[in-house]
Design a protein around this ligand. Structure first.
Ligand SMILES: Cc1cc2nc3c(=O)[nH]c(=O)nc-3n(C[C@H](O)[C@H](O)[C@H](O)COP(=O)(O)O)c2cc1C
Length: 316
């Protein structure tokens, strides 16, 4: 007889049916996906970044494929918070999974205003704070690279988001991701998500120009997976282990094997991003793959695998 597997996880006070989410910016506002996959079966869904005002984003070309990945410089193209509320929240309200709205801005005041505008919306379980955005007041350096700024923005948004869960999304473009993770936790983050994309560049050798109009973009997909697993494990070991703060792990996940790696490294839940462009139903396949793995290995609850990678042996 097959083992009954409990795939549910507790995530910052939310009870999720399973640990599999889709990542921000890769599945729009959910309605775009409805012909290809059933979002209701996921543990969670994160919207495209929403800003105070609508944004056109960067000029094209703004995506380019790379070996085992892609670069994007979409530039936070989105419909803005008012249209998001009128057009998208009625759709999101009907979803069975936990809905997180990814929020972005150019100043801390922008982020706070979006959180305040959305904090009464019943469709929303929480916010994912995209701090990989250029900070206009700090000369364009991203909010997420300085622990002090991470603290400041997390504190401000936490005060504005009412009872919604606040998840801070960490950038990998730092020397020590545990330092920015710690700053977010100390400032009141309820959860962490990692990682966002790596700043990268592709050059066309015939024109001798960068391929992306923006020159640089964010690298995502399988190419970044081992670094993402390492970073999740580092943040888990140094910051969140033994606390109630869960990690949403992401970066190159395509299969159940990938997802289980992240869970073993310390992620309570995982998100698929780039993989959706190749196979829009991949997240649901990952859920079934995790169930099979648990059955094969007689694991009755997926939550028991969180952070269960073998610890370093003192003699080695
Ligand atoms: C086309 C594209 C658009 C993205 N847009 C956003 C966004 O709006 N906000 C955000 O926080 N992350 C955004 N991301 C980053 C993803 O959510 C994710 O953190 C990253 O791509 C790593 O996961 P993956 O390798 O599975 O794609 C985007 C990624 C891609 C590929």
């Amino acid at each position: 007889m097959e083992t009954e597997v409990d795939l549910s996880v507790e995530f910052a006070g939310l009870k999720l049916a399973n640990p599999v989410w889709t990542a921000s910016g890769t599945c729009g506002y959910a309605d775009e996906l409805s012909d290809f996959t059933d979002v209701n079966k996921l543990g969670g869904f994160v919207t495209k970044s929403v800003t105070l005002r609508p944004r056109q984003g960067n000029p094209v070309p703004r995506v380019v494929e790379t070996d085992s990945g892609m670069l994007n410089a979409i530039g936070l193209a989105n419909i803005g918070v008012e249209e998001f509320i009128s057009e998208k929240t009625p759709i999101l309200e009907k979803l069975a999974c936990a809905v997180f709205v990814n929020i972005a801005g150019e100043t801390i005041e922008d982020y706070v205003a979006v959180a305040q505008r959305l904090c009464e919306q019943k469709a929303i379980a929480g916010f994912e704070l995209n701090i990989s955005c250029p900070n206009v007041k700090h000369g364009g350096i991203t909010f997420g690279t300085e622990p002090e700024v991470v603290k400041e923005i997390t504190t401000a948004v936490k005060a504005a988001c009412g009872s919604k869960v606040l998840m801070v999304k960490l950038t990998p473009n730092v020397t020590d991701i545990a330092a920015t993770a710690r700053a977010a936790v100390e400032a009141g983050a309820d959860a962490l998500s990692l990682i966002n994309t790596f700043t990268a560049m592709v050059i066309d050798i015939e024109s001798r120009r960068p391929v992306l109009a923006n020159r640089t973009g964010g690298l995502s997909g399988p190419a970044i997976k081992p670094i993402a697993v390492y970073m999740v494990n580092k943040v888990y070991n140094e910051v969140t282990k033994g606390t109630q703060i869960p990690i949403l792990g992401m970066g190159g996940i395509r299969t159940a094997t990938d997802a289980i790696e992240f869970i073993l490294s310390g992620a309570t839940a995982v998100a698929l991003g780039t993989a959706n462009f190749i196979e829009p139903d991949c997240a649901n396949k990952v859920i079934e793959g995790i169930r099979k793995y648990c059955q094969t290995h007689q694991i009755s609850a997926i939550k028991d695998l969180v952070g269960a990678v073998e610890q370093k042996n003192a003699e080695n």
